[in-house]
Design a protein around this ligand. Structure first.
Ligand code: 13P
Ligand code: SF4
Length: 348
């Protein structure tokens, strides 16, 4: 049955549901809830009609996370869950490299990216030719690339990593190799070197990419906030600068940051990352206090409810993710290697 338009009573009910998900607590007023309700009502019905699933990264807008997402998580969790889903269509609320990874893992599914221009500064910082040049310069060194990369770059590497498993996988690579190449995030590379006791440029070769959201937080303000909020626990994403990560209480990916908050009892927390994580944490842990310190990712925030609806109703050619089979087959191997190594299913 085709999805029609909601009646006023349907919108009222849907707006009340959205308010209860935590959106009201985040400051959504009645008119914003009503605007969102008109869209989420249709999206949730179309999803069922089209056997579609919506994975959403934690940096997505709250109305997407709480209104229409079927699975919420970090890059690793979404890559796993999206592939395991029985749905025939994936509407990926995230950025291009995430949707492409979903397509590589599920070539038989239709994968749609509501905001086709949603890229990532890290992904755009390196090409397949750059990886080939690194390999030529450091023969024999295995190449680990961050999942925030293009399909062509993944196709050139030995193993893909995410913020949830990079230290573990890198440690395994060092069991058999003296030198490892890590690309493209220079900040994450420096943080990994610190954690693994390696030296950048000697036994850990890094590329010079950075995340435009995380590379610019001011480390000196940490001391100021510690005085202002005694007992505050400060967490920073792996993509932040070593100057910052060296003065915080915890460094990790978004999934591990949320787990850390769940596992601790502190007077307050500061999540230094994209603002979406703090919004989600406020709804997940309503009794905890979160001190704001975040920045928006223009790529992540390019996804809107309107664009999710348009992708479901009538996907444009640019919203459809298509990865040529030959390069997808080459990129699949290092992604599967990541699953094996992070789940201890094989040695490096
Ligand atoms: P996570 O996998 O930690 O969610 O990171 C993805 C990302 O793009 C961080 O900027
Ligand atoms: Fe890329 Fe940074 Fe945005 Fe994550 S937050 S998608 S790393 S630009």
């Amino acid at each position: 049955m085709a999805v029609t338009s909601p009646a006023p009573a349907d919108i009222e009910l849907e707006a009340a549901r959205l308010a209860d998900t935590g959106l009201a607590g985040l400051g959504y007023r009645d008119e914003e809830l009503e605007r969102a309700a008109k869209l989420t009502w249709k999206i949730n019905r179309l999803k069922k009609e089209k056997n579609a699933v919506i994975p959403a990264h934690v940096y997505q807008r709250p109305e997407i996370l709480l209104g229409v997402a079927d699975m919420i998580g970090d890059s690793y969790k979404l890559a796993k869950l999206g592939a395991a889903s029985p749905a025939t269509t994936i509407v990926f609320c995230g950025v291009r490299f995430m949707a492409e990874t979903a397509k590589i893992l599920s070539p038989e599914k239709e994968v749609l990216l509501p905001a086709p221009e949603a890229g990532c500064s890290l992904s755009e910082s390196i090409t397949a030719a750059d990886v080939r040049a690194l390999k030529k310069k450091h023969p024999g060194a295995p190449v680990a690339v961050y999942i925030n990369t293009s399909v062509a770059v993944k196709a050139e590497c030995d193993v893909v990593v995410t913020s949830a498993n990079a230290p573990k996988i890198m440690r395994k690579l060092y069991e058999k190799h003296e030198k490892v190449i890590f690309a493209p995030d220079a900040m994450m590379g420096a943080n990994l070197a610190q954690e693994l006791g390696k030296t950048v440029g000697k036994d850990l070769i890094v590329w010079n990419g950075t995340c435009i959201v995380h590379d610019n937080f001011d480390a000196s303000s940490v001391e100021f906030y510690r005085k202002m909020y005694p007992g505050v626990k400060i967490l920073a994403h792996f993509e932040c600068t070593p100057a910052l990560t060296s003065v915080v209480d915890y460094i990790g990916g978004t999934g591990d940051m949320m787990k850390w908050v769940d596992d601790h009892k502190a007077s307050s927390y500061m999540l230094i990352t994209e603002c979406g994580l703090g919004d989600l944490a406020r709804t997940k842990f309503p009794d905890k206090v979160f001190v704001p310190m975040c920045r928006l990712c223009l790529h992540m925030k390019a996804v809107t409810l309107e664009r999710v609806l348009s992708a479901l109703e009538r996907p444009s050619a640019s919203q459809r993710i298509d990865v040529p089979a030959a390069v997808a087959a080459r990129a699949l191997k290092p992604i599967e290697r990541m699953f094996e190594l992070s789940e201890d299913r094989s040695a490096a």
